[in-house]
Write a protein that binds this ligand. Structure first.
Ligand code: S3P
Length: 438
């Protein structure tokens, strides 16, 4: 369980150097548990993220009767229950802070013959769920929500799902995945059309488990009624966790850091493109393919960053990296403008408002807009900021200390454990002057 109150204290200055491997990819870890559980046969997973979010997915499938051994140092063995093998859980399924668990599982559970209830913490209980319950209702699912369309989700089992052809109203891999996973249980061919490319781990991993998923342009289709065949999943390091170090080493003069075994799926590498546009010195080395996902080591050296207008087509490809990209913008020369990123307002926190509030405390000219932010880079002061229980905000502000002129104190950091266990240990190992206080 996460600690209730955790504060980071980060002394100013320093540089990042050496080599680091950050924990496993969160998106891939969730899906490895889901598909391994539904497959026929035994799935071995290595490199699994032992963070609270993916552990909540693991506990959920155990609660539905799946035999899961581990994690032992990132290794997990799943005795797949088969596509129709899940059993009714005895109580509510609690998913903590994890939006991915809730949105993907709502699709899977809509196709079961038992009732289930998905609940979460205060942040997850505020996040919009109508974006998944609406298409699922079109497929014939029956799901009750709280009055404003939020969790808990009470999913009635035994509905006969029918395939739909769904045009996503927003670029969201979670909604795309939810509909496709319900489509496994639907009569006919389910298709989803995306307004812009989003992460495609669901499609890749379903294919890895032997399921036929077809993509034509921006439309992805699968037929219901098939089966998954167990396979092994090697989870690469999470580029979203690597991003803190890519930015930290870029802004801290004299840094020279290698981030190892990073997942380089092209639907996730927007952070690299954006940092390069800002003038970052990144070298991608040892490119290889591991279990259907591209992987590489990234060398990053300190550089003078400049402000840019962030191309909107890169927004979904870097959607989780904006908290730390705002820190890069704050220490760059000139103005950075982000637009087309209203989705940031409904993440684990309102990431536009929370980052703008914190940057202003650090005396940065950060102007929130409805769908983004305008940041004029400048001298960063020390100060006390709030992470608002959002893991990525906490880690982003910790990197700001590398260029601040005083200590940065960050409150509400316990949720760093949802995606990045041992962040403080790993970050201090490469030069960040960070300490945690509970
Ligand atoms: C995720 C998709 C993204 C991302 C989230 C993980 C996934 O959300 O922000 O952290 O694993 O599918 P959206 O698809 O809703 O933008």
């Amino acid at each position: 369980m996460t600690v209730e109150h955790l504060t980071f204290r980060v002394a100013p200055g320093g540089a990042l150097s050496g080599r680091i491997r950050v924990p496993g990819d969160k998106s891939i870890s969730h899906r490895s548990i889901m598909f391994g559980s539904l497959a026929d046969g035994t799935t071995h997973i290595s490199g699994f993220l032992e963070g609270e979010d993916s552990l909540n997915t693991l506990r959920a499938f155990r609660a539905m009767g799946v035999h899961i051994d581990g994690p032992h140092d990132g290794n997990i063995t799943i005795e797949g229950a088969g596509i129709d093998g899940l059993k009714a859980p005895t109580g509510d399924i609690y998913l903590g802070n994890s939006g991915t668990s809730m949105r993907l599982m709502s699709g899977l559970l809509a196709g079961q013959d038992f009732d289930s209830t998905l609940s979460g913490d205060t942040s997850l209980s505020r996040r919009p769920m109508a974006r998944v319950t609406k298409p699922l209702a079109e497929m014939g699912a029956r799901i009750d929500t709280a009055a404003n369309g939020t969790a808990p989700l009470r999913i009635h089992g035994g509905s006969r799902l029918k395939a739909i052809d769904y045009v996503l109203p927003m670029a969201s891999a979670q909604v795309k995945s939810c509909v496709l996973l319900a489509g496994l249980y639907a009569d006919g061919t389910t298709c989803v059309t995306e307004p812009a490319p989003t992460r495609d781990h669901t499609e890749r991993m379903l294919r890895g488990f032997g399921y036929d998923v077809r993509r034509e342009g921006d439309r992805i289709c699968l037929d219901g009624g098939g089966r998954l065949t167990a396979t092994d999943v090697d989870v690469p390091a999470d580029i979203s966790s690597a991003a803190f170090f890519l930015v930290g080493a870029s802004i801290a003069e004299g840094s020279d850091l290698v981030v190892e075994h990073v997942g380089m799926n092209p639907t996730r590498t927007g952070v690299i493109d954006i940092l390069r546009l800002m003038g970052a010195d990144l070298t991608v080395m040892n490119e290889r393919e591991v279990g259907g996902e591209p992987v590489a080591d990234i060398r990053v050296r300190g550089a003078r960053l400049k402000g840019i207008r962030i191309p909107e087509e890169l927004v979904p490809l870097a959607i989780d990296e904006f908290p730390v990209l705002f820190v890069a913008a704050a220490s760059a020369e000139g103005e950075t403008v982000l637009t087309g990123a209203e989705e940031l307002r409904v993440k684990e926190s309102d990431r536009i408002q929370v980052m703008a509030d914190g940057l202003q405390v650090l005396r940065i000219d950060a102007e929130p807009t409805p769908d983004g932010m305008i940041i004029r880079g400048g001298a960063m002061r020390g100060g006390r900021v709030h992470a608002r229980e959002d893991h990525r905000i906490a880690m982003a502000f910790s990197m700001a200390a590398l260029v601040a002129d005083g200590e940065i104190v960050i409150d509400d950091c316990a949720n760093v454990n949802t995606s990045f266990p041992n962040y403080v240990g790993l970050a201090s190992g490469v030069g960040l002057r960070i300490k945690a206080e509970s």
